[in-house]
Design a protein around this ligand. Sequence first.
Ligand code: TYD
Length: 134
Amino acid sequence: MEKVKAKEVKDDGLLYIIESSQVPFEIKRVYTIIDADTELPRGYHAHRDTEQAVFCLRGGLRITLDNGLSRSKIVLNQKNKGRGVIQRKMVWIEMDKFLPGTILLVLSSKEYDPKGYIRSYHQFIKEAKKSNPT
Ligand code: TYD
């Protein structure tokens, strides 16, 4: 699993700093996910042509990444504050075990395009096999 880390500065308040050089793509979109339902797993999709870096700034969650061949899981929480993971194109993501008050920051290589989402795992495996035949 590819990881990145925001620099944490405790000044008057807490700063997280991410330089564009730390992220392996050009950033075209930034969004946050705040106060996700702790009972509701989310994600369950892959992007055909978008790469993302997902950072947990507060709280915690578990992220599963699946490239169609193997799965890796990471827990992001206060113990590894500012840690982010890279979701490459054609990698399935699942996010669960959200702690209350969790704040995620997502950097994305493309502007929003709902057509670029694969939301069925079956379809994802089909397309992953085509783009990465073994
Ligand atoms: P979605 O990507 O489905 O969230 P998740 O898969 O993590 O549950 O996005 C949730 C909603 O927000 C959906 O209605 C689409 C909208 N949305 C945008 O309009 N622009 C964006 O850049 C993103 C990420 C989501």
